[in-house]
Ligand binder design. Structure first.
Ligand code: NAP
Length: 217
């Protein structure tokens, strides 16, 4: 499958590398077609890897992962939106307000979410919020944890969520995938970030995840 990864940070690189390793053709997008990190990644990742602007990557991919800073996600998608019309966009961003210092605060929460804002701003895109609650190494390799743990899906389009579920299962190895419902349910996973950050501080290690346990039948 041809996949766009919009973002050159650690999340973009980790997801892009995992997808190439699974035999997908991946184009990493950035504000610049010659972004140093993207070019270095493509050289390392081999023939299935390529780079371009956000717009180039969007036009290339049948599916896209949005892996930019949360506060610029809308700006990044604006330059990519034409190429993404009708396509599934996996939104892994968190709405961190970079201007508010530490511990980070959310710039949208409670009665709205970044996932919803993006879906409203780009109605032609099929936004699926997922993976934002999980460290990027675990996103693509949940088996590195001692037990099966949970990943969430939020989105308005069931077909789009089925596509994302397939990638999570077949390419990344996820077993506990919870469809929370429409894109308004992205509020919950986005609001897990402050708790995630406190757990990270307490454990002094970001490679953990949540597990859902229900009463025995
Ligand atoms: N780190 C994790 O394990 C983890 C886990 C879950 C979710 N997340 C979320 O995943 C996202 C990516 O995190 P990250 O640490 O990999 O990368 P990041 O440093 O948060 O973001 C890097 C990307 O943001 C783009 N960007 C920065 N300023 C921009 C602007 N003004 N306009 C357009 N694009 C701009 C950069 O574009 P250029 O390529 O042009 O520089 C780059 O591609 C974040 O939203 C984060 O909260 C991270």
């Amino acid at each position: 499958m041809k996949i766009a990864v919009l973002g050159t940070g650690m999340v973009g690189e980790t997801i892009a590398s995992a997808l190439v390793a699974k035999g997908h053709d991946v184009r990493m997008g950035s504000r610049s077609a010659t972004n140093e990190k993207a070019v270095a990644w493509a050289q390392k990742a081999g023939a299935r890897a390529s780079t371009g602007t956000f717009a180039d990557a969007a036009a290339f991919g049948e599916l896209a992962f949005l892996c930019t800073k949360g506060d610029v996600a809308q700006v990044a998608l604006e330059s990519a939106a034409a190429g993404l019309a009708g396509k599934v966009v996996v939104d892994v961003t968190n709405p961190i307000d970079a201007g508010k210092g530490r511990p980070p605060q959310l710039f949208v929460c409670n009665d709205d979410s970044l996932g919803e804002r993006l879906q409203k701003a780009f109605p032609a895109l099929k936004i699926v919020k997922s993976l934002n609650t999980i460290n990027c190494n675990i996103m693509v390799n949940p088996g590195m944890l001692a037990e099966d743990t949970a990943v969430f899906l939020s989105g308005n389009d069931d077909g789009a969520k089925a596509v994302v579920r397939r990638v999570l299962t077949e390419d990344f190895g996820w077993k506990q995938i919870f469809d929370l419902g429409d894109i308004t349910t992205a509020r919950g996973p986005e609001m897990m970030l402050p708790m995630w950050l406190r757990m990270w501080g307490a454990l002094k290690d970001g490679e953990f995840n949540w597990r859902l346990v229900r009463k025995s039948k």
